[in-house]
Each structure stands twice: as structure tokens, then as C-alpha cells.
Design a protein around this ligand. Structure first.
Ligand code: ADP
Ligand code: MG
Length: 585
């Protein structure tokens, strides 16, 4: 069991190490390294702060489970959490290490009272509860706290906030004075920390700096976009990310409801969560989200608290969070368990100031990027269509329509029939005019050209490697490389207009006659560009390309090669595994 050495030296028992190994943990997280020995071998109260998703539950849970013996009488430990969801999650996590067979139960509002009463009567060693229901039971004298030895406030910043503080104080007044108090939280504002001291005796403070994790695992970017354009901006992002699986944060319930209904109207697979959603609905929604039956969850901060969903590809701040703590909470939901996630923040002009302050406080590098253009979106949708088409044809899964197809072709030409079918299937989704323009906010991108490259994350690239490639192969300085947008199988980058053709040529030269690696993206007019002069120039460039009906760098290749380009360049060189059409129902 030498690989569990790092857990062993924290002072955990062999039985616990076996449970940890069965659970699949390999090394303790930083907060676990700090908190476990403190709780096992010392006696002081504790304030512990570490980012969301860093294993705080086990940090207090493992020592608790080690220190308690099953009595099944009066409650020995109480863990207070702000939501029912969290009560269930924390209980689950504790049960997975429960080698001593302690009695552990969640007690929360909205669940059956009679079942809770039965369990309390039988005796519970560890209660995981929400304050309201706990107070209820204390009032009914069905919950006896006289033997309490440990109190944990999980998400302590929330528990000591206005909404909860009175309940928490009332609960504490029923506990023996020598109970040990432990606070665990992703953030610990000074106000909360000093408030907490009122309930604590000798206090140890442990902290794992938060940006350590956000910076490493979460790519943080922002877009400047008008309030009225946020919706279209969001749809573009979802449309260009075939594997989008994320939470979109709004500040209000109304905001959540409005956004959800607009997205549903457009055919996205989306659900909303906020304080007015009933517990039963909430559980159902979370189940669907976890199973990825819906890939977009729109939520308020409070409703999203404690949702334990791993592997989010995106967190989107549709509106700015109230404060820096909420920002950290929100984006902490991506990049868990070693997965890279992207946190995207929309900033409208009225949010500039608040965002400026937030950026300074978070101390992370939040980069400004350009929204995917309509051309990006359409290129990706077309590529996907080509992929899906090839898949169906290769699978032979279409023969049932053979007769119908032949009949149609007796009446119409093939291009006519196909284009009409495309129109029926996609309405105007593949045509540019269908997409509302998103005007950029005082951004000067004149004289720039967008380049498409048939390489992406699945080829082992990240933004830095891509920039390195451009620097090395095209001898472009950093300053001329802009707005890198990396997707799974392809990417876009903006370079100065007068460099574009050279860059494309260089990149295709190194692809050694395989598929062209790079092409000038179809329509290069920067969105919302008001620079008529440059627009004229770029349009001219574009025209030259489109006049060959081959806008994708076709001029650089011989005719024979061109004829093989029936399919979209975007789709060639892609792996055959097609991402599920998850963005839409
Ligand atoms: P937090 O309370 O800090 O937000 P959680 O306790 O909910 O984080 O843990 C997040 C996830 O990480 C859970 O699925 C948990 O089982 C897992 N986890 C916790 N500690 C470890 C560890 N040492 N190694 C691997 N996974 C861990
Ligand atoms: Mg937690």
C-alpha cells in the first residue's frame, strides 16, 4: 500500500487507508494534507479555506470518522450545510469511508418527516443537515444535541451569512460548550472569519490559496458584449463547442427563467435551477444534467451551490457575480479532477467597472477574446453535417430511403433535390443572414484576417502550442497573433491582413501535401467593423477567393487536388468519431 503513503503519514488508520484505496483516491489534496493531521492530532477549533472541488468533505470527514465510535444514541457530530443537495452529497461521501459502520444520516427540509423521526429514534452518530430542519427537530425535542462533540459548518461563508446566521446561532446554543467547531469554505471573507471567532475557542486557520487551482485548471476568458447581444453570444459559444457541457450563471430567478425559455425556443437542451424550483424538480433536473441528457444548466448562484458535477467543459458568467467569492465559486466548477475547463465571462459596458475590480481581486489572468464569428459557427455546423453524412453513408444506414430518393431524382436534379432537403432539415441555420449581428464594443480589429486551421485540441494543441507553431513556422511575433480560438479539431487565429496569405502558405507547406492545414476563413470581415476603408480591402481579398468558388486557400493548390475537395476542408482530417449533436435536442 505504498502508494497511499501520503495518506498514511497524515495519521490515518489502516482500515481507513483501505477505504480510501477502495474509493480510488491516490494522494491527499492540499487542504486534506493540512486539515487531516490538525483534526486528528490536535484539539483546537479550525477555520479551513480551499477552493471548490478540492476535497474539503474528506478533509473533515476522514478525521471525524476516525475519531468517533458507533454509539447510535445521541448525536455526536453535526455537519451543517446550506442546501439539501449538499446534505445528500456530504452524507454519500462520508458513507463511502464508513468502515466502522457509524450511523450517518442526512436531515433536511422537504424530505419526509416521519422517516427522519424514525431514524433519529433509532439513534444517529453523525447528522448532516440544513439549519431549518435541524431547528425544527430541536424544537420538537426529537434531536438531542447534549452529547455533541463536533460541529462542522460546510460552506461556512454561506452558513454565517444573513440568511442562516440566526438559525446557526440558535442551533449552537443547544450544544455543550466544549464542542469542537470546524469551518470549511471555498472563501473566507474577513467579516465571516471574525464573526466565526465568536463561536470558537482556540482557533487554527488553514488556507490553500485559491487561484493556485483556478489558474492551473481553468482557462479564464471574457467577452465584451452588449447586454442585448448576450443571448446571441451565448448561442454562438454553444454552437462552436460540440462537447459543450456547462452551467450558465444568471444573477436572478427571472434572468434564469427568461434565458431558459429563449434557449428552449431555439431548440437547445437546457434546464434552469433557482430557489423557486421544488426539491423534487431539482433532483430530477440534476439527474438529467449528470447523465448529460441536458448539456446546459442555467442557474443562480445559490441554486448552484454544492452541485457536484464533474468535468464541466464551461462555466459561463452570463451576468457578473455579486462579488469575487461568487466568481471563485462559479468557476471552481470547471477544471475539477484534472480536467481543463473554460470559464467565460460576458461583460456589458455597464459591467466594465465591476469587472475591473473583480479582475484585480481574483489575481488571475482573465484574457479578453473575440466571440466566434457567424462564419466560425457556420463552418462548424457544415463540418458536422459532412461528418454526420459520411457516417450514415459508411454505415449503410439509409437504404430504407433508397426508393424514395430514386423517385425524387426522376423529377428533380440531384443538386436541386439535395439543397431542398438541406433547407427542410436545417431551415436557415446554415446561412449567414439567419444570424443576428453582434456589434463589437469599440474594438479596433481593422486590417486583420481570420485564418482557419485544421488542427485543434485533439491533435495535442493548446493555445500556447498553437502560438508557438505560428511563431516558429511563420516567423510571426506574438504581437501579430490575436484571438486564438482553439476547438477540438480545428482552430482560428487572427493575423494582420498583409501576413495572412504568407501564413497560410507556410502552414500548408509543412503539412507536406496532406490536407491543407490552413486557409483564410470564409468571410473575413470583422464583426461590427466600422472601418469602411479596411472593410473594402478585405472584401476585395475575399472576393478574389470566392470568385473561384473555393475560398479556402484553394489558390495555393493544383487543380487535381482541388477536385478532391468535395467535402469541407473542416471535415477532412478529422477523426471519424463524430461528436453527438448535443447542442440541440
Ligand atoms: P469541496 O467540498 O472542496 O468542493 P468535495 O469534497 O465535494 O470538494 O470533493 C470534490 C470531488 O473530489 C469529490 O468527488 C471527491 O470524492 C473528490 N476527491 C476528494 N478528495 C480527493 C482525493 N484526495 N483524490 C481524488 N479525488 C478526491
Ligand atoms: Mg464542499
Amino acid at each position: 500500500m505504498s502508494e497511499l503513503e501520503e495518506f498514511r503519514i497524515l495519521g490515518l488508520s489502516e482500515e481507513m487507508l483501505r477505504a480510501i484505496s477502495a474509493k480510488g483516491f491516490e494522494t491527499p489534496s492540499p487542504i486534506q494534507k493540512l486539515a487531516i493531521p490538525a483534526l486528528l492530532s490536535r484539539t483546537s477549533d479550525l477555520i479551513a479555506q480551499a477552493q471548490t472541488g478540492t476535497g474539503k468533505t474528506a478533509a473533515f470527514g476522514l478525521p471525524l470518522l476516525e475519531r468517533l465510535e458507533p454509539v447510535r444514541g445521541a448525536v455526536q457530530a453535526l455537519i451543517l450545510v446550506p442546501t439539501r443537495e449538499l446534505a445528500l452529497q456530504v452524507t454519500e461521501e462520508l458513507l463511502s469511508f464508513n468502515y466502522k459502520k457509524l450511523s450517518i444520516a442526512p436531515i433536511y427540509g422537504g424530505a419526509s418527516m416521519s422517516e427522519q423521526l424514525r431514524r433519529l429514534k433509532r439513534g444517529i452518530d453523525i447528522v448532516v443537515g440544513t439549519p431549518g430542519r435541524i431547528l425544527d427537530h430541536i424544537g420538537r425535542e426529537t434531536l438531542d444535541l447534549h452529547a455533541m462533540r463536533y460541529l462542522v459548518l460546510d460552506e461556512a461563508d454561506e452558513m454565517l451569512n444573513m440568511g442562516f446566521i440566526d438559525d446557526v446561532e440558535a442551533i449552537m446554543s443547544h450544544m455543550p460548550d466544549d464542542r469542537r467547531v470546524m469551518l470549511f469554505s471555498a472563501t473566507m471573507p474577513d467579516r465571516v472569519a471574525s464573526l466565526a471567532q465568536r463561536y470558537m475557542h482556540e482557533t487554527e486557520v488553514l488556507s490553500v490559496p485559491s487561484q493556485q487551482m483556478t489558474a492551473e485548471l481553468t482557462d479564464q476568458i471574457y467577452f465584451e458584449v452588449r447586454e442585448s447581444d448576450k443571448f446571441d453570444a451565448l448561442t454562438r459559444i454553444v454552437d462552436v463547442e460540440p462537447e459543450f457541457y456547462g452551467i450558465v450563471f444568471c444573477r436572478t430567478k427571472v434572468g434564469v427563467d427568461e434565458l431558459v425559455s429563449r434557449m428552449l425556443e431555439r431548440g437547445y437542451s437546457v434546464e434552469g435551477l433557482h430557489g423557486d424550483v421544488s426539491q423534487a424538480q431539482r433532483e430530477q433536473i440534476l439527474r438529467k444534467f449528470k447523465r448529460r441528457q441536458v448539456n446546459i444548466l442555467v442557474a443562480t448562484d445559490v441554486a448552484a451551490r454544492g452541485i457536484d458535477v464533474n468535468n464541466l467543459s464551461h462555466v459561463i458568467n452570463y451576468s457578473l457575480p455579486q462579488d469575487t467569492e461568487s466568481y471563485v465559486h462559479r468557476i471552481g466548477r470547471t477544471g475539477r479532477a484534472g480536467n481543463q475547463g473554460t470559464a467565460i465571462t460576458f461583460i456589458s459596458p455597464s459591467e466594465f467597472r465591476q469587472f475591473g475590480m473583480l479582475k484585480r481581486e481574483v489575481k488571475a489572468d482573465i484574457k479578453r477574446e473575440q466571440l466566434p464569428s457567424v462564419q466560425d459557427v457556420i463552418a462548424i455546423k457544415r463540418a458536422k453535417l459532412q461528418d454526420d453524412l459520411r457516417e450514415v453513408i459508411e454505415s449503410g444506414n439509409h437504404t430504407e430511403y433508397q426508393g424514395m430518393a430514386e423517385e425524387i431524382l426522376t423529377r428533380y436534379s440531384a443538386p436541386e433535390a439535395l439543397s431542398a432537403l438541406l433547407r427542410l432539415a436545417f431551415k436557415n441555420e446554415l446561412s449567414e443572414s439567419h444570424y443576428p449581428e453582434i456589434r463589437s464594443i469599440n474594438v479596433d480589429r481593422r486590417g486583420k484576417t481570420r485564418i482557419f486551421m485544421a488542427i485543434g485540441r485533439s491533435d495535442g494543441f493548446d493555445a500556447r502550442k498553437l502560438v508557438d507553431l505560428l511563431k516558429r513556422e511563420c516567423e510571426l511575433p506574438d504581437s501579430k497573433i490575436d484571438d486564438v480560438r482553439l476547438m477540438d479539431r480545428f482552430s482560428f487565429v487572427t493575423v494582420p491582413f498583409n501576413e495572412a496569405e504568407r501564413v497560410v502558405r507556410r502552414l500548408n507547406a509543412i503539412s507536406r501535401g496532406h490536407h491543407p492545414l490552413a486557409e483564410v476563413a470564409r468571410d473575413n470581415r470583422p464583426e461590427g467593423s466600422s472601418g469602411h476603408r479596411e472593410e473594402g480591402t478585405e472584401r476585395g481579398f475575399r472576393k478574389r477567393k470566392t470568385s473561384e468558388n473555393m475560398p479556402r486557400g484553394g489558390t495555393l493548390r493544383g487543380g487535381a487536388e482541388r477536385s478532391s475537395r468535395g467535402r469541407s476542408a473542416v471535415s477532412r482530417g478529422r477523426k471519424s468519431s463524430t461528436p453527438k449533436r448535443r447542442g440541440r435536442k
